[in-house]
Write a new protein. Structure first.
Length: 267
């Protein structure tokens, strides 16, 4: 309740209508601060229709505040359509900053996150989720995800498979709330930790995942893996030539590695 800023309270008191993702949730906040502005529901299922009606309110000179339950409007939450409609109609849209789970998690992580990628929610289906993770796998930036409690175990398992179990992850749960938890481990270890305590798969979750390693060691591992696969199907020189083209690794290093691999296989 006390994360909300003084300016936000002033805005909520002054507007004609408050558009809220869930009016029941926002009503508790308004009651706590003795705010009596009119509430209307705006969520993913009705936003297009309600946005048109709210723009009409703006057209006649009314004022509207937009809030979401446990996040920032239009950031992995409803609101973008209303904002776009209001701007298209020539009305000013004024941001009122507040608590943000992604930034709060980063600031409490202790990680060097000068650069990060906020991805939001991954796909609900595993095949699509794994494709999305594969597209992010080589990025050297901290990856920031939101996740639903009922999907977090499956998502972490897919992350471990696609990104590698050795990567670090910080699970930030229920930030700034009563049961706030921050837990850091490897992706390979995190599934067991989540399964060991059912409370950890409840509430709002932010997942920070370390970016891909940069430099020679990681590149060398990938090049050697490519070389190993090619040696299963091709003569040594052809495998080295293709591995060099695919990975940009040093040809002489790969050739020496290929000779060693072939020698190990012949033993």
């Amino acid at each position: 309740m006390r994360d909300i800023g003084l300016r936000a309270l002033d805005v909520l008191k002054s507007v004609e209508i408050i558009a809220a993702e869930d009016t029941r949730v926002t009503a508790r906040l308004l009651n706590h601060y003795d705010i009596h502005s009119k509430l209307t529901a705006l969520h993913e299922h009705n936003e297009q229709r309600v946005a048109s009606r709210l723009v009409e309110v703006l057209q006649r000179g009314g004022s509207i505040a937009l809030v979401s339950d446990a996040g920032t409007p239009a950031i992995s939450d409803p609101g973008a359509r209303l904002v776009a409609a209001a701007r298209a109609a020539g009305h000013p849209v004024v941001p009122v900053p507040g608590a943000n789970a992604a930034i709060a998690a980063l600031s409490a992580s202790g990680w060097d996150a000068q650069h990060f990628v906020f991805y939001g929610f991954l796909a609900a289906r595993s095949a699509q989720r794994r494709n999305e993770l594969a597209s992010l796998a080589r990025l050297p930036f901290v990856l920031v995800f939101y996740e639903a409690p009922h999907r977090v175990l499956a998502s972490v398992a897919d992350m471990a498979d696609v990104l590698g179990g050795a990567r670090r992850i910080l699970v930030a749960r229920e930030l700034t709330k009563r049961f706030e938890t921050l837990h850091e481990s490897t992706l390979g270890e995190t599934g067991a930790w989540l399964e060991g305590d059912s409370n950890q798969v409840k509430g709002e979750l932010v997942l920070l995942v370390a970016g891909a390693e940069t430099g020679g060691e990681r590149a060398s591992e990938e090049a050697h893996h490519v070389l190993e696969v090619l040696l299963d199907e091709l003569p040594l020189k052809q495998a080295v030539r293709l591995a060099t083209r695919l990975t940009s690794a040093n040809k002489n290093d790969l050739y020496a590695r290929a000779l060693k691999m072939r020698g190990e296989r012949e033993v």
